[in-house]
Design a protein around this ligand. Structure first.
Ligand code: SAH
Length: 222
């Protein structure tokens, strides 16, 4: 298959992904749906075949990590309620797919990854694709990224035993924090919102993520 042919097929697969996996479920935000029609998910999943990359399940990305199922990426993104002006923090860069989606919907994206090899590969891909509003850093994301705080939205894409306090501290007024919290095997998708001194929390259902490893996450595996 030539490059042009592959691009045409990928565009069709993206439209089908949105029509079959996102629209029939709870994804209604038109800007979110448009971002999913635009971002080339197959380029973030090296090794997966073209149709595999757009299928209704998570994908391996190396280093024992995964890109979430498109629906889960869409649900978490929609929960942030982005309008285009926001400064967003992501914990768990991984393949970069979630950050790429966010970069189409917000002003600036800051993303932290603990595995250096993943952060390097993904930073290179962002440069190649011209996603210039994304900054990647290697480190423990459970500490947030204090230099650029506060953030209008924070998204954690690994499963945590609880909500890391530094992330709540780095949340701007009216800001939203989306995080899978629970055991190592399954979590609840929590959405926290800062209203002055108060934090309002709701539960968006069950989910399964790879572990968030760090000072306020799970202990490092030996
Ligand atoms: N958002 C990613 C999902 C990657 S899976 C994507 O779209 O592909 C979760 C990622 O979180 C893994 O890459 C893992 O290495 C990373 N991670 C786990 N604990 C972390 C921590 N404390 N800080 C930063 N990244 C972490």
């Amino acid at each position: 298959m030539g490059l042009e042919e592959a691009n045409v097929l990928a565009e069709r697969l993206r439209k089908e992904m949105v029509a079959r996996q996102l629209e029939p479920r709870r994804i209604r935000d038109e800007r979110v749906l448009a971002a999913f029609r635009e971002v080339p998910r197959h380029l973030f999943a090296p090794g997966a075949g073209l149709s595999e990359a757009y299928a209704d399940h998570p994908l391996p990305i190396g280093e024992g990590q995964t890109i979430s199922q498109p629906y889960m990426v869409a649900l978490m993104t929609q929960c942030l309620g982005l309008t285009g002006e926001e400064k967003v923090l992501e914990i768990g860069t991984g393949s970069g797919y979630q950050a790429a989606i966010l970069s189409r919907l917000a002003a600036e994206v800051y993303t932290v990854e603990r595995v250096a090899s993943l952060a390097e590969r993904t930073g290179e891909l962002f440069r190649r694709l011209g996603y210039e509003n994304i900054s990647v850093r290697v480190g423990d994301g459970t500490l947030g990224w204090p230099e650029f705080a506060p953030f209008d939205a924070i998204i954690v894409t690994a499963g945590s035993p609880g909500v890391p306090p530094p992330l709540v501290e780095q949340l701007a007024e009216g800001g939203k924090l989306v995080i899978p919290a629970g055991s190592g095997y399954s979590q609840r998708l929590l959405v926290l919102e800062r209203r002055g001194e108060k934090i309002i929390q709701r539960d968006e259902g069950g989910c399964v993520f790879v572990p968030l490893i760090g000072e306020y996450g799970w202990k490092q595996k030996r």
